[in-house]
Design a protein around this ligand. Sequence first.
Ligand SMILES: [Zn+2]
Ligand SMILES: [Zn+2]
Length: 651
Amino acid sequence: MKFPILLPNIFNYPFTYESDLNLKVGDYVEVPFGKSKITGVVWDEFEKKNNKNYKIKNVLKKLNVPPLKKTTIKFLNWFGEYNIIPKGMVLKLVLLSSNAIENLQTDTFKIFNKSIKTNLIELSDEQKKSLKKMNISNEKFRVHVLQGTTGSGKTIVYFAALKEIMNKGFQSLIMLPEIGLTSQFEKKFLEFFGFPPAVWHSGISKKKKEVIWSGVANGDIKVVIGARSSLFLPFKKLGLIIVDEEHDQSYKQDEGIIYNARDMAISRASFENIPINLITAVPSLETFNNMQKGKYSFSRLQQRYQNASLPNYEIINLNETKLEKRSWLSKKIIEKVNFHLDKNDQILFFLNRRGFSPHAFCNKCYNSYSCPNCSINLVYHKNKSILLCHYCGFKSQLKRTCIKDGECEIIFSGPGVERISEEVKKIFPLKKIEIFSSDTMNKKDSNNKLERIINNEIQILVGTQLISKGFHFPSLNCIVVVDIDLSSQGHDLRGAEKNLQLYHQLSGRAGRTGKPATVYFQTYNNNTKMISDLTNSNPDIFLDRELNIRKQNKLPPFQRFISLILTGDNEAKLEKESYKFKTFIENKLTGKILGPVSAPIFRIKKKYRIRLLIRGTKTLKLQNSLATAIPNYKFQPGIKLSVDVDPINFN
Ligand SMILES: [Zn+2]
Ligand SMILES: [Zn+2]
């Protein structure tokens, strides 16, 4: 008999193989491909235009793994169509590698499968009401949004929902945006359920991946917490998906296979016909729009734990209090911080910039240190004493012969967290100070550091936006936003929405145990409206207004954007090609094409970048017309196209 077998490679269709085995859709098989052996899956449909004249080979063997579910296959097909990704590449996301599932480790997953604890943590009345609303229809697909102010105990509510699903014999997936630092979350989980969750992300070992993959496929692992890629695990009996911090931009994978894991989680739930819960303090505009339209049900938590109130806000006008040269902290803010330190409060200085300084240049020849591979300045990291490109990882020493005479005389313009931390150390020499950024926290000893922060053994933190992600620091009662004006820079269509979410999340770190807390904003801007918008305890007012602006301007979520990025080594050739390509696809699409324009960061990793933006209605027709057109265009050698459906990043 003939079978369509999808292989994890760049082809958009299954290959035809022959076998006497009794194979069913979803079975994993080993087949010959070229000169090698490769793992594939029996797919649901043969290739449509099967007119090639090649020799049909035999399936080598069927692998002893529970089959991929038909509903999951349907989801994968749709995923490829929506994101304009070949089906084979989508399958690659499911398989660990082209032959990893042959000899799966299955011995150690038993630890994930202990009996569930019965002593429930008592929910408040508000939480109970919310849970009830969340659980109204749990038998089929529906989207429910749990919107709760920071520190209101959203996690406990969805844990309780998850427990009910688990007791009915289903598996669950909890997606988290920042998976590197989950020790606090895992502890909470263990406390609630009495067994640890299986944690899935790209950084775990190959062996652990195999253990979790097979445990999920066998149905032995009940709960996975995972990053974006956990969405492609082959669950045997998935009953619930939870997307925590659904508004978080890191759900968007914007390199390689480009997709939005939050949106794709919703569509997986729809194909599997199971419920999905989105959790957030300030929903994304897409989600907010669907709540308004009644497409998503929602419940709200307004009380913080132990009735703690939200922090107060104070604006420090930097025009009134002159800063010392090469200093970023005003006398007034130092007074305020001293006041908090006297009360044993933990302090956070927030600045969303890694490293010491974002811009280094010479005082004699005025040359900047910029990346040779990208059109961007190198960031000086004093702790490692290197200049670093945040886009390609290029490293360089801070030493250069000057074109004027001798060595360059380096001036640093503007601060990063390292520079602020240096200033803080000078002002508070007796305090323990720690930088909280991806450079210092995604390391092996970060759990130990977290523990010390939780115990207030570290009195002052200097942190980037990494610290806004769901941490619970009981003594943190004072946050200083070093430069709020920085946040209003940029030309991002989602800038306002992003800031609202960031500052809500950030201020939510403060005052979590009932003590009074304050967030201070240093600003040169006399217009305080932005800050009062960002700090309004009812974010809906702002979201409503923002949604209206998007509607008037025909922006997402009212229209679909697809971004096309052409890259190449030769600037002139690339520009010519981008016009040619635009003309070629123009009358083949159902949408309107804007551009070509140079990307804001014109060069990354030695490649020049030109963007086209397609705007159209929100139907799959737009993707289909594009997917049909692209393969018929022959790009000049060296020019590459990448497609980003629903782009978030416009760099
Ligand atoms: Zn670079
Ligand atoms: Zn110089």
